[in-house]
Design a protein around this ligand. Structure first.
Ligand code: RIB
Length: 328
């Protein structure tokens, strides 16, 4: 991390990823094949794992640049406006006329769990050349380059490899799970997955390995380091023989888990860009994700730095666990 005089200047967080317009419906249960169900309210939110992670990091004080693609339509314009209003640099967002902006259809169940179907649209127009050029221009040795699995593999690969060549640290959130070459996974520091994605990578459920810590250790044999997010149970991380389980603080009511994993990644990247180690970054990210699940929406649920600090202080004072607070 560069120092200016006595002041430590955090590195930039460069997020290369997806931008979606989310259509969120509240439902009592998911329809089975052949079944039709009526749902409650339909709401529209800015989303996409890439945009969510960029916004989460910016709200926590990170200097964030977003590289992605949207269609030449009102959804795309809305997403760019949202990013800018959060202070994210959007100079490297391409507006394409060959596909419409990505869409995500999100069903949220009464217990806050969600199921998502994504129509990638413009996200799948991202090509290797352009992502490599953007990362080369935006990233340096102090940067954290953040990726997810919602863009084409050649574009993802180019961004990871260019990031590493620039000396940046690469956070690879393999969500959704996408098969990647072993040599690419090895560059992830950390590789961040949930239990479903971890099982896909390991070829066996996490529970079958005895403990999430053991699963993280096995993943860390295939990446520079690994983190498994465990929902309400927190997260585990591993690097070589080091590692730890980081439990999540108790919460009152879980309202909506949509994008909580993205809030986690945004928090993780922000602390790594400030020069903190993986253990501190995972602990902070767990706090960020915990606040997010007590509020509705993806980005709408993301806390500021002050919110995270306040949630921790509240627990120390023995106040009620976070529950159902509305986002500002
Ligand atoms: O992780 C949540 C996100 O996944 C949603 O915002 C949706 O757009 C999908 O990309």
């Amino acid at each position: 991390m560069p120092a200016r005089g006595d002041k430590i200047v955090p590195g930039t967080v460069v997020v290369v990823g997806s931008a979606n317009q989310d259509y969120v419906i509240a439902c009592t249960a998911l329809p089975r094949p052949g079944e039709t169900r009526l749902a409650g309210r339909l709401r529209r939110f800015p989303g996409g794992k890439g945009v969510n992670q960029a916004v989460a990091a910016a709200r926590l004080g990170g200097a964030v640049r977003f590289v992605g693609a949207v269609g030449d339509d009102s959804d795309g314009a809305f997403l760019i406006r949202e990013l800018r209003s959060e202070g994210v640099d959007t100079s490297d967002v391409e507006i394409t006329t060959v596909a419409r902006t990505g869409l995500a259809f999100v069903s949220v169940l009464p217990d806050g769990e969600n199921a998502i179907t994504v129509v990638p649209g413009a996200n799948f127009t991202l090509v290797a050349d352009r992502t490599a050029r953007a990362v080369r221009r935006l990233a340096d040795a102090s940067s954290i380059v953040v990726l997810q699995g919602e863009i084409p593999v050649p574009a993802l690969r180019a961004a990871v490899e260019t990031g590493v060549r620039c000396g940046a640290r690469v956070v690879l959130n393999l969500a959704p799970y996408t098969e990647l070459p072993a040599e690419l996974l090895r560059l992830a520091d950390p590789l961040v997955v949930n239990e479903v994605e971890a099982a896909a990578l390991l070829g066996t459920p996490v529970a079958a390995l005895g403990s999430p810590t053991e699963a993280a250790r096995r993943l860390a044999e295939r990446a520079a380091s690994a983190v498994i997010t465990l929902g309400g149970a927190g997260a585990v991380w591993a690097r070589g023989r080091d590692g730890a389980a980081v439990p999540a603080p108790p919460v009152g009511q879980v309202l909506d888990t949509t994008g909580a994993g993205d809030a986690f990644v945004g928090g993780l990247a922000t602390l790594l860009a400030e020069g903190h180690d993986l253990d501190a970054a995972v602990s902070f990210a767990v706090e960020v994700g915990t606040v997010a699940i007590t509020r509705v929406g993806a980005q709408a649920s993301y806390p500021s730095r002050a919110d995270v600090v306040e949630a921790g202080r509240g627990r120390k004072r023995g106040e009620e666990p976070l529950a159902g607070r509305k986002s500002s």
